[in-house]
Design a protein around this ligand. Structure first.
Ligand code: SER
Length: 332
């Protein structure tokens, strides 16, 4: 029988794509999308949908009981750049929200997916080939909440037998929904502005090299992890997963192979320091070995696919419009 699933942060960058993949796989009625924001008229196809702030444990528990939920994909979170601007909210959502999910999972014997991040690493972690068990010394508040969250996950699994699974996601590139205030957002914004304006002002230096992944690979990783036999999941904190690593200027060059007149200039802001503290390339051999992770999209494939999808949306679809240059976009 198909499992009943609740998705938190369903209107966010990953939630918007993951909810569709889960509906396809498990059936539309099985997937309860939730977010802090009410459903808009254009989202009527997203039912069943409920408003949920993950810091409200009682409401979370009610929904789990009302829909007899078996699995939670807990995606609600405040990303790295926004976390520096709204530290209280970052802590509440990322730590209290996760604790609420893990507590309810313990009581109701739920399975949980929760995304961690490359942000758990910091200046003293190896920058190239960062191993699964490298030192974690995050310098952003977001990274601190993710590192603590990983420990909470492992503790819940070891101490209470909660079947919680997690990935340290790199920057995710996608075209359905915008990222909500992360440091890797430049790698998404660049596509929108290349198509709309023919130019982009990048908020990190050209040589900034970070691990990245295309959304279809991220969705495949999440689904594969959640389907793996529980005995194969040796890591209950969070798995390194990698796909590609490229610098900002390499992304510009790849976009220019399709849009030769595209230009990019650089105006690094506070996000540069966050990016500089993160690894450039991470080693995900444990994920590949334990549950067969492999990625499909390299940089040329990502760029080609992004441009095809975004050029269809831009102009005709307000949702695909990032509304011009702006410092930080999106929300929880
Ligand atoms: N994409 C995230 C961010 O930039 C990293 O996990 O905050």
């Amino acid at each position: 029988m198909n499992e009943r699933i609740l998705v938190t942060g369903a209107k966010g960058q990953i939630g918007s794509d993951l909810a569709i993949a889960l509906r396809d796989r498990y059936g539309a009625k099985q997937v309860i999308e939730t977010s802090r924001r009410p459903l808009s008229a254009s989202d009527a196809n997203r039912l069943p949908y409920e408003v949920l702030d993950v810091t409200d444990k009682r409401r979370l528990q009610e929904l789990v009981e009302q829909y007899r939920i078996e699995t939670i994909y807990h995606l609600a979170g405040v990303l790295s750049a926004k976390g520096e601007q709204y530290p209280d909210r970052c802590w509440q959502v990322n730590i209290d929200g996760l604790r609420n999910v893990l507590e309810v999972a313990k009581t109701h014997r739920l399975k949980v997916f929760w995304p961690s991040s490359i942000a758990v690493f910091g200046p003293h972690s190896p920058k190239m080939g960062t191993p699964q068990f490298a030192i974690e010394d995050p310098s952003s508040l977001y990274g601190i909440t993710k590192a603590a969250g990983e420990m909470l996950c492992r503790y819940s699994a070891d101490r209470f037998g909660v079947d919680v699974r997690s990935l340290r996601l790199p920057g995710i590139i996608s075209h359905r929904a915008l990222p909500g205030g992360g440091t890797t957002d430049f790698a998404v914004e660049m596509f929108y502005d290349a198509l709309k304006y023919g130019s982009y002002t990048c908020f990190v230096r050209p040589d900034t090299r970070l691990p990245m992944m295309y959304m279809p690979d991220a969705i495949a990783a999440i689904l594969a992890l959640m389907q793996a036999n529980s005995t194969a999941i040796a890591v209950r904190s969070s798995y390194n997963v990698a796909a590609v690593s490229f610098s900002a200027v390499e992304l510009v060059a790849e976009i220019q192979t399709h849009l030769p007149h595209f230009t990019c200039d650089y105006a690094p802001d506070f996000r540069q320091a966050i990016a500089d503290s993160w690894p450039s390339v991470i080693d995900d051999s444990q994920a590949r070995q334990d549950w067969g992770w492999q990625h499909c999209y390299d940089l040329p494939a990502i760029v080609a696919d992004m441009l095809v999808h975004l050029s269809q949306h831009i102009g005709s679809n307000g949702a695909a419009d990032r509304a011009g240059p702006q410092p930080i976009s999106g929300g929880v």
